[in-house]
Design a binder for this molecule. Structure first.
Ligand SMILES: [Zn+2]
Ligand SMILES: [Zn+2]
Length: 282
């Protein structure tokens, strides 16, 4: 299989900059798994793809500027705060040498993703309006189910998820590898989501909404989140190879997360809990 990559550079690297859901929780008892909200970097042989813009995005921006990376594509699952709060603190947006393409699904009826993000940054919500950013920005509105080429070597597929106000799952393919990012979504016990199964079919790594445990889910029906056990059931059914538990509940401290990961590994050895700062090749 042909691999599109610069010499000496891994073809498909994922790094977790924020793994938490709902709200950042920077307390000592959350330090090992991390307190920043959802932000994942894909380095695809030099092409930078960012999954969500939670508070972890600030650190990613510093890293990209240090390394002279000037172009990135941002794929947003949805625009709840825990997936967008890092955007105004993403350093490259303040440099006219930088460029970013922003993709989101299902916001057309609200005026599109540019309009929605502008509203979140408009006074009195935030002191710097979107229009003051120096970077070259492009916004692309999608419909759930769309598939497109992000570049000549990077393919993206989308699927609608089950979440208040809607959310979108992504499958990113590059260099013969596939990574799926499926958060925030709620499942119905005993009824695997066919849209998710189709999206993650045979994927090398699935990053999945594991906010709750199966035992906690009944008290949170309608909140729009899933469990690590459902992640394992879906991955096994779809013949996916590895599962990263993600979007950890802020109420789950490091001790709780150790137990979650131990239980998940005992159930399916290919499962692990995503940690802030974790980097791996897909
Ligand atoms: Zn969330
Ligand atoms: Zn959400």
């Amino acid at each position: 299989m042909r691999r599109y990559t610069r010499p000496g550079r891994a073809a498909f690297v994922v790094r977790f900059w924020g793994v938490r859901g709902s709200i950042a929780c920077p307390s000592p008892s959350h330090a090992r798994y991390g307190g920043n909200t959802s932000c994942v970097q894909l380095d695809l042989g030099g092409t930078q793809v960012i999954l969500d813009a939670g508070t972890g995005m600030r650190g990613l921006g510093r890293r990209l500027l240090e390394r002279g990376e000037r172009d990135a594509s941002l794929l947003l699952t949805h625009v709840h705060w825990d997936h967008t709060a890092g955007l105004p603190f993403f350093g490259p947006l303040y440099s006219e040498a930088c460029a970013m393409r922003v993709f989101a699904c299902g916001l057309q009826s609200l005026g599109g993703v540019r309009e929605v993000l502008s509203g979140q940054m408009a006074a009195p919500n935030f002191p710097v309006p979107l229009s003051a950013l120096r970077a070259r920005l492009e916004f692309q509105d999608l419909v759930a189910g769309d598939a497109f080429a992000l570049s000549p070597t990077v393919w993206v597929r989308t699927a609608g998820l089950n979440h208040p106000d809607g959310a979108t799952g992504y499958r990113v393919e590059h260099a013969g590898r596939a990574l799926c990012y499926v958060t925030d979504t709620e499942h119905t016990p005993g009824e695997p989501d066919e849209r998710v199964l189709s999206l993650i079919e045979g994927a090398d790594l699935v990053i999945y909404d594991s906010t709750y445990t199966d035992a906690e889910l009944p008290a949170h029906v309608g909140w729009g989140h899933s469990t690590w056990q459902e992640g394992i059931r879906l991955c096994r059914r779809a013949s996916a190879k590895r599962l990263a538990l993600f979007h950890h509940d802020p109420d789950h401290d490091d001790t709780f997360m150790d137990q979650v990961e131990a239980d998940a590994r005992a159930t399916w050895p290919a499962a692990f809990a995503a940690r802030e700062g974790m980097q791996l090749e897909v």
